[in-house]
Design a protein. Sequence first.
Length: 672
Amino acid sequence: MASSFFFLQADKNHTNQDFVDRVEHLAAEKKEQTYIISRPLGDSRYSYPHEGAVVVLSPKRKLTFVDFSGNDESFEDFVDDFLEDLGSISDKYRYKDAIGRPRSWKSDLTLKIHADDLDAFETWQEESVIADPAKQRIAELLVSLLTGSINDIERVKADLPASLLEKVKRKILLFDGDQTRFIYEERESDVVRIQGLSGTGKTELLLHKLRDLYVNSPSSRIAFTCHNRILADNLKRRIPDFFNFMKVEEQIEWEKRLWCFHAWGSANSPNSGLYRLICDRYDLEFERYSVYMSFDRACRQALEELKRLPNCEPYFDYILIDESQDFPDSFVELCKLVTKETVYVAGDIFQSIFDDNIAPTIEPDFLLSKCYRTDPRTLMFAHAIGMGLFEQQKLRWLEDDEWKACGYVITKRAHGSAYRLTREPLRRFEDIDNSVPSVVVNAVQGEFWLATIRHTIDTIKALANEHPSLTPDDVGIILLDTGDVVYTLADQLAIAIRRELGWQVNKAHETKRRESNHLFISNRNNVKGLEFPFVICISQKISSGYKYRNALYMTLTRSFLQSYLLVSDKENANILPDVTSGLKSINDEGCIEVSPPGIEEQARIKTTIRAVSNQLSFFDMAEKIFDEIGVMPIMRESVFDALKKVIGEDLDEDNIRDTTRFIYRKMLREKS
């Protein structure tokens, strides 16, 4: 299996085989991101007549041109042409003002090696290293241009950031080997599957794949779809901005060459959803959602109708599906039947850490196990506390292949009775000293709800002192408990923060959106897709409920610098010693040390998870909550339709309850 630290686009042959293999081995061994290419990636216009040369790219190393042809004159022309094209790409993405023209960095940041005269690998390894951090940064920007991993130059800038917060915010992001392969490799397959943890960049990769297909297949028809209407609307707004950022010259021909919509659609508009459009183009019976008509059933019926057609010519060239874990297999089959080339399917390994099967039943073509949003230590703690790994009675245990799918490296000791779980480091967090804890657990003494307000204010003040550039946008406060006490605390925190810090506050459980230059406060139901440098999670008691633990895991992983967990010392006296001991091991040594549960205990865990997952349908749960809230019968259908549009078929009872209250109150106001 290819390493995520290495990507090869250039042709490998007998003359360069030894060099390529040694570079790949070093990349994996040293965990250094390395690419070997023969032309800039992402634009098919760039090609060169010279054969036998490769270009080696790696952060903190010079752009290295290695020639295996022996034709020095042709090689020199290749280098000149390549650098001229790199200058054009730099100009295209507005990097030139920040890094200068090639003549200003060519002598310091490039290296030429003639393989017939020298040991090419030894020469590259020794002579390509860049010591100056300022020059390293420009070299990284050049690597980003050549690999198509374009950064917003206004955000990252070319000068060196000073503070830790600025270093992480302005980190130059590069695609790893797996991500680069997904974007640029062409696979002879009807369906290409990409799977990964939340935060591994799947949606961003689909956007890059979309751009690559749209630009390099000029007459193609492409559909981009997902389950949730709000996410689909958000994607449709993002695509023009993304295309502009990536300097796509072609106009977007909506509903002619490109569609972006949710999966189902409505009867009165053929372009409102992918299933609806398929029904329109093939003259199939369109089914509306009802208690008796699930999406799976609608897709299976459409498949049967299509297979009976005498001539079923594919309407689309490509279909891209995001959040595929929300879809039945029948939907992917339906897409495959109406697609000429490839269906790209991206989904989470799990939506909940208590999903019954985490290792994929269908082997994905690309498995993304690195979560780029979150410090690996934070992710380890979030998984460990979520699954109860610090406790005697564990809530979740994964099989070895499931741990690996989630990005863990397993070391077993004492004949498998002790596990040491580690994660590979990420470039984004390489500037963070290991002495800086990624997670801080604060045990709050005294009356919890009052004392927590003081603790929260003091935490933010300490962050502002440590990071002078801190703004309200950099902090998110998530309240994990349920009930009215949470909303009272949110109101009290908003008042205290405005009074003591002078910051505006956005209570997202009321506004349902993120607001610029406002500190974010929310309950646990409004955090999906968000990230902050710092997150403060507040919970009186760490309960053992599965939904609570999954929410705790999700919330802790919203930070990319530090997460703070504020809990009551009195309510958590039994669990806190083990939690703090486990956290110390993660912060100090970067590992989870855990004894696996016995066979009987593992069987009990699996049985409990299956029993919990065998719950009410979305419709039945919504009806139960409508009864509880007192939604009038005449308004239930409208409230249910709005609820489905806002949250899909998320079976989190608290989320359904909170969102129903919000929708019902809004509808009542509109009627009065």
